[in-house]
Design a protein around this ligand. Structure first.
Ligand code: UDP
Length: 474
């Protein structure tokens, strides 16, 4: 019998437009293409610009990957041109409008799916309606959740047992039911969508339930990081899961790819921050970042600045220009000048090439808001962390880092706050910041062991990505 030509698998990726979801999904799509799959990423024009360079470069290396753009109804919604990403929102109202704009794309995307007839779709957990779209087309839908197995296990347990509802006060702790380890937390550390039942409860329930209604799920994680929770997740949900991380380290191997990831502007060939980092000793610098959404109130910025200035270590701090109020600009500019003169600290405004910085030999630790991507990127770089969770499932990730993996020290956040309503006051004092930095970067036996564990996980992450080599194209 004559051999039939092999059908090339055609997979469509639908990322949700916010950096913490879109960046790892685009990396995953690129990983699929590098393993011989024909890949299409569906997105809107301004979002496409943030990763187009990587796609073009992969395409030029003969991988089958392309972007399919659908227009975003910015004008119709009264949004400025190019505002298409959740991170662009500056108020809850604007967030509502951008989210509405994203939901308006459903019909257009369904038509595209009918036209392009993929073999399979990989869609963000924020698009539960794609379960039905896939069913109509008779193809599998793969659920993409851009956080940890651990956090999903914690969330499932809390949604099922609601242990935080029977506590006498917000300072009382509960043990999360059904986990292999004893993990304790308080009610204000529970993700907003699980803490109280309100008008968004049904919306989040549908998103999480869509995982077990899908053909399977992809997790940006790796075996040594949380295998116990991978097993627990599979056994409680009964879902097929594929552990495919760390995706950022897997597909962004050279400095240019690392520098370009997730933003539009080209990086200068020799940026000032790089010269600054190059002038520092190995593992002596602390990298401070709160991800793509978080804004700190002015009072908190002041505490953090003082804490960093007096912590005894050099630091690179990523600050959003749009943060806070008018006092802030002035305070931070003076602080920046002072730190430049003393060579103690460096401020990067708005967006940092995070994975490039984390991989720099001078960086010795990170202060993180515990977004999952920042955690897995720090782990991949073998770095221990100061954990400063802000919102969503970030306290759960903090528990994994501090209590399970023991590669981090908590700065002492007592309560999560939604990123667009962080209040006015500082909740973490300068002394607490200094204490955490001294522990993270210091010479006590405990600190050294913590950093050793982090380095060991970094080695495991590297081995994971060496195990499977992508296709070479000719
Ligand atoms: N990121 C970056 N530069 C920045 C801020 C964020 O490269 O200045 C990237 C970071 O490397 C990560 C993603 O944006 O891949 C943020 O995702 P994460 O889950 O850490 O936090 P979120 O922004 O969703 O709160």
């Amino acid at each position: 019998m004559e051999a039939q030509p092999q059908h090339q698998l055609n997979v469509m990726f639908l990322p949700y437009p916010t950096p913490g979801h879109m960046i790892p999904m685009v990396d995953t799509a690129r990983l699929f293409a590098k393993h011989g799959v024909s890949v299409t990423i569906i997105t809107t024009p301004a979002n496409a610009l943030t990763f187009q360079k990587a796609i073009d470069s992969d395409f030029n290396c003969r991988y089958q990957i392309r972007t399919q753009v659908v227009p975003f109804p910015a004008a119709q919604l009264g949004l400025p041109d190019g505002v298409e990403n959740i991170k662009d929102s500056t108020s809850p109202e604007m967030l509502g409008t951008i989210s509405h704009g994203i939901s308006m794309l459903k019909d257009e995307i369904e038509l595209l799916l009918q036209d392009l007839k993929p073999d399979c779709i990989v869609t963000d957990f924020c698009y539960p309606w794609t379960v039905e779209s896939a069913k109509k087309l008779g193809i599998p839908r793969i659920f993409f959740y851009s956080s940890s197995y651990f956090s999903n296990c914690v969330g499932n347990s809390i949604r099922k047992h609601r242990p935080h509802e029977s506590l006498a006060s917000d300072t009382h702790k509960f043990t999360i039911p059904g986990l292999p380890q004893r993990i304790e937390m308080t009610s204000p550390q529970v993700a907003e969508w699980e803490r109280t039942r309100n008008e968004t409860t049904g919306y989040f329930d549908t998103m999480f339930k869509s995982e077990s209604r899908s053909y399977g799920a992809l997790y940006n994680s790796f075996y040594e990081l949380e295998s116990e929770y991978e097993e627990l997740h599979k056994s409680t949900l009964g879902t097929r899961c594929w552990t495919i991380g760390p995706v950022s380290a897997w597909v962004n191997k050279d400095d240019e790819q690392k520098a370009d990831r997730g933003h539009i502007e080209d990086l200068a060939e020799e940026p000032e921050w790089l010269n600054w980092l190059n002038s520092k000793q190995n593992e002596s610098v602390l990298y401070v970042s709160f991800g793509s959404h978080t804004r700190l109130p002015h009072a908190q910025l002041v505490e953090l600045a003082h804490g960093l200035e007096h912590c005894g270590h050099s630091f690179i701090w990523v600050v959003r220009k749009r943060d806070g109020n008018e006092n802030e600009g002035c305070f931070l500019q003076e602080f920046e000048q002072k730190m430049k003169e003393s060579k103690k600290g460096y401020i990067i405004w708005n967006w940092a090439p995070q994975i490039l910085i984390l991989d720099h030999p001078s960086v010795g630790g990170i202060v993180t808001h515990c977004g999952w991507n920042s955690i897995i990127e720090s782990v991949s770089a073998g770095l221990a962390m100061i954990t400063w969770p802000m919102f969503a499932e970030q306290s759960y990730n903090e528990k994994l880092v501090v209590d399970v993996l023991k590669i981090g020290v908590a700065v002492g956040v007592k309560e999560l706050r939604f990123w667009l309503s962080v209040g006015d006051e500082a909740t973490v004092r300068r002394e607490e910041i200094v204490k955490a930095v001294v522990f993270l970067m210091g010479n006590s036996q405990e600190s050294k062991e913590m950093r050793k564990r982090a380095r060991k996980l970094g080695v495991a992450a590297k081995k994971t990505i060496e195990r499977v080599e992508p296709l070479t194209t000719t």
